[in-house]
Ligand binder design. Structure first.
Ligand SMILES: *Cc1c(COP(=O)(O)O)cnc(C)c1O
Length: 389
């Protein structure tokens, strides 16, 4: 399906709402019935029509159609956070006694789900280092039910071979789930590579304006229905109409925002790679990135997030650098209009800081919609200020 068609037309039935160009925010909790038969049908199958907005809502329906098409999937669900999407996709597909095989160091709240919440219900998780199908094959157990991937990972950009791991899993009857937040379906199409469920945090690039939190799960109609009938309705974690409307608005400019960030990321990366205070840069589409070939094989693009290793033996210098930045904000998240930075040492107490550990000197930078010159000037003055302290 044509990207322009998906973004501008798919799912929009303008004649239903006065031919308005922008879709309405259908801010209603419930829907009226005139016939008992129709009500019975809705009770039987909440996916068959509008009953109550914890299930389906017309504004959310427009978004679902577009996001599923972007993912090349039969269907999708939009939830009120990326974390809720991870929770629903995983919990829907495991039961007591099952084993999950996860990529090492998945997103924080996925790891919390695996290490704290699921063990209470008899589901065990082990972690795989490496991105080859053989690394996963070696770790599969008789009770492995689900393989959880995140590629690229949002800190070190570790890449897993989606096609090969999907094939392996399918041959063993194991379900695959991938967190595709870094790439979005514009730059990586996990479903086409054979992955069962593709998740993304829509808070990041889909929303794109740092004003709403949301998540998406895409997959086959059957897998999506299973999640809808149980986790989605039971937990009540669906997106609200206004937030869905914000995502629809964000989607209109998604391709051009990614294109812009791609260009700027490249320029900022070239600047950082030459800077004497930068020991190393990690970016999956940099030819010097260890897993570059694999990244290039399965990603059509990638942008925004990159990690630098600061050349210093002083935690204070890193802190001075971050605090000297004038236009690049220190904040979590990414994917919005504004550039951001997070120093790894914020999570390491001064007593535990070890300069010989590269990780402790890492800073994750997100390149936003500002111009490259503007960002480079800010980085340059902050490097100088940090050194002078
Ligand atoms: C932000 C993020 C999430 C979680 O999404 P929320 O919308 O914040 O709940 C999951 N995975 C990755 C890679 C993320 O960056």
């Amino acid at each position: 399906m044509d990207l322009s068609y998906i973004i501008n037309e798919l799912g929009e039935e303008r004649e239903q709402y006065f031919n308005a160009m922008a879709p309405p925010i259908m801010q209603t909790s419930n829907f009226v019935f005139r016939k008992v038969d129709a009500l019975s049908k809705a009770f039987e199958d909440e996916m068959s029509g509008f009953l109550y907005s914890r299930g389906l809502n017309p504004t959310v329906e427009i978004l679902r159609k577009k996001l599923a098409a972007l993912d090349g999937a039969e269907d999708c669900l939009v939830l009120n956070s990326g974390a809720a999407a991870i929770f629903a996709a995983v919990v829907a597909n495991v039961k007591a006694g099952d084993h999950i095989l996860s990529v090492k160091k998945p997103y924080t709240w996925a790891e919390r789900l695996f290490s704290v919440l699921l063990p209470r219900f008899g589901v065990e998780t082990s972690y795989v280092e490496g991105g080859d199908a053989t690394d996963y094959a070696a770790a599969i157990r008789p009770n492995t039910r689900l393989i959880y991937l995140e590629t690229p990972n949002s800190w070190n950009f570790a890449i897993q071979d989606l096609k090969a791991i999907a094939e392996l899993a399918r041959s063993r009857g194991i379900l695959t789930v991938v967190d595709n937040s870094y790439c979005t379906p514009i730059y990586q199409q996990p479903i086409a590579l054979g992955i069962d469920l593709s998740i993304q945090s829509a808070t990041k690039y889909i929303g794109g304006h740092s004003d709403t939190v949301a998540g998406v799960i895409s997959g086959s109609g059957a897998l999506i229905r299973k999640i809808f009938d149980n986790e989605y309705l039971t937990v009540g974690s669906g997106i609200q109409p206004f937030n869905a409307w914000l995502l629809l608005r964000g989607l209109r400019t998604l391709p051009m925002r990614l294109e812009q960030v791609t260009q700027t990321t490249h320029q900022v990366l070239q600047y950082l790679k030459k800077h004497p205070k930068v020991e190393a840069c990690l970016f999956p589409l940099d030819p010097e990135f260890p897993d570059y070939e694999r990244a290039r094989k399965q990603m059509q693009g990638g942008c925004g997030l990159l990690t630098i290793v600061y050349k210093t033996d002083s935690r204070e210098e890193i802190i001075r650098f971050c605090e000297a930045l004038q236009h690049i904000y220190m904040a979590v998240s990414w994917g919005g209009h504004e550039s951001l930075i997070i120093p790894r040492c914020a999570g390491v107490s001064p007593a535990h800081f070890r300069a010989e550990k590269k990780e402790h000197r890492m800073l994750r930078l997100y390149v936003g919609q500002e111009s490259a010159d503007y960002l480079i000037a800010d980085l340059e003055q902050a490097f100088l200020a940090a050194a002078g302290g």
